[in-house]
Design a protein around this ligand. Structure first.
Ligand code: ATP
Ligand code: MG
Length: 446
């Protein structure tokens, strides 16, 4: 993309309404624009990152054997009356009437609808296990929407639902989700720690939340400092292997890590040596639940088992805050100049800064770099504006592309361009071909 042709409404001033750094940086870098409280338009740059995050979530869900599908945003009230949640959900559920005076609601989650789909078609245990998921807009009429996309009213969420014959199979689905989530967050350059949580209105006995440590997090968290040493890495996973999923689940969840809802001070003290006890703040970026037969009982979702008996299916649901993740990633990865995107989600692979737009040689070198990188399947953002070098650097630092190639007449005289890492600030001079090779190599591993 050529910056002169792009829509990137960068703000010079820090918007007064933004209280936390991710919100400020998303507004300043022209990623989002508020349309009403807790509701945002996604401008081209923000939309690109949102889609990158969504793609990683899709890839990892499909890898785990889960089937993508899509359910409607507007739902009729009847199923919610059947489950009892039409009344239980309270004011967070946005309700409306259609022209025939029928009750509709804007989906805050979709346990009822998916259970209805299941009960309409699935009759036999032979069709299990089954996990379906969607990435779809949700609406919750939060009393205090704030922090930009972190606590919106309209937000983008991955919600998945598993159906299993037995509790044991459903717990495997639970573990499989935990493992796939660990992998998902790591690909986004994030450490998200699974913490034992409280199930709230969804109900059920097993639940973990995934928290990214950040000062601006809304949850207070208590953990054994050694949980932050755990990384998923590039392990080979067979998601159908119950023992492997179980052992990874145990590896990541046996050490003390709780949100304030389930924290017990005495247990913390007895289980964690004093020098390893940490209290911090965290951003919830996902949650998984096993809730047994709560919804299948309420909505009569049964299958025949191998004895020919009708039994209620065991279920769980699993969510990732796709739009909240943009805020969480920025909270975890920025400096005083702007965002620092992890390579896994960056909107463009690298920036190209032309120090002397209009200089024949510099323009030609930038064009050549731009074309070569594009031909290799990469997406560079070429700052081809007639701007001062300082202004170009400031915009690049603000929008946070992890790599920048700087091209100027002086370097070109010696046959070199400069490659700079946004994270470390370190620069290296090299011939253009080598710069292309370096960037290509970096993204081959992402
Ligand atoms: P919270 O406790 O933050 O209100 P929740 O526990 O009600 O969230 P879930 O039902 O578990 O949320 O939804 C799955 C994920 O969706 C959450 O882990 C979070 O990342 C995201 N999410 C929930 N509410 C919002 C919101 N208002 N704005 C943006 N993302 C949200
Ligand atoms: Mg939650």
């Amino acid at each position: 993309m050529r910056l002169s042709r792009y829509f990137l409404p960068v703000l010079k001033e820090t918007p007064a309404e933004a209280q936390i750094v991710s919100h400020r940086l998303m507004l300043r870098s022209g990623m989002i624009k508020q349309s009403s409280a807790g509701i945002y338009s996604w401008l081209p740059l923000g939309f690109k990152v949102l889609k990158n995050i969504e793609n990683i979530v899709h890839e990892e869900q499909i890898r785990a054997g889960h089937h993508p599908m899509l359910m409607p945003i507007l739902q009729g009230a009847d199923l919610w009356r059947e489950s009892g949640r039409y009344d239980d959900y309270g004011q967070e559920m946005l309700r409306m009437k259609d022209r025939h005076n029928r009750d509709l609601l804007f989906t805050p989650t979709a346990e009822e609808l998916i259970t209805d789909i299941f009960r309409s078609y699935v009759r036999s245990y032979k069709d299990l296990p089954l996990t379906m998921y969607q990435i779809q807009w949700k609406f919750r009429d939060e009393i205090r929407p704030r922090f930009g996309v972190m606590r919106g009213r309209e937000f983008y969420m991955k919600d998945g639902y598993n159906f299993d014959l037995t509790k044991e199979d459903a717990l495997h689905a639970y573990n499989r989700h935990l493992v796939s989530y660990l992998r998902t967050y790591e690909r986004m350059g994030l450490q998200a720690i699974p913490m034992r949580a409280d199930s709230g209105p969804i109900g059920g006995e097993n639940t973990h939340e995934f928290l990214v440590l950040a000062e601006t997090g809304e949850s207070e968290v208590f953990y054994d400092s050694t949980v932050t040493d755990l990384t998923f890495g590039d392990r080979d996973i067979d998601y159908t292997d119950k023992d492997q999923c179980q052992s990874i689940m145990e590896e990541f969840t046996t050490r003390y890590a709780r949100t304030d809802e389930t924290h017990v001070e005495d247990e913390f003290h007895s289980q964690v040596p004093e020098e390893r006890r940490r209290t911090a703040r965290g951003i919830e970026v996902g949650q998984i639940f096993y809730f047994g037969t709560k919804y299948s009982d309420a909505l009569n979702a049964t299958v025949q088992n191998d004895q020919g008996e009708k039994v209620a299916v065991h279920m769980g649901s699993h969510g990732i805050g796709v739009s909240r993740l943009l805020g969480a990633i920025i909270e975890a990865s920025h400096d005083d100049k702007g965002i620092i995107w992890p390579e896994g989600v960056t909107p463009f692979h690298c920036g190209i800064v032309n120090l002397k737009q209009g200089d024949e040689e510099a323009d030609a070198a930038c064009e050549a770099l731009y074309k070569s990188l594009t031909a290799l399947g990469l997406e560079p953002l070429y700052d081809d504006r007639k701007e001062r070098a300082g202004a170009k650097f400031a915009s690049m630092d603000l929008i946070g592309l992890p790599w920048r190639i700087t091209v100027g007449p002086r370097g070109l005289k010696n046959g070199v361009v400069e490659v700079t890492s946004r994270r470390t600030g370190e620069s290296e001079e090299m011939p253009p071909e080598q710069a292309i090779e370096k960037i290509t190599k970096i993204y081959a591993g992402v």
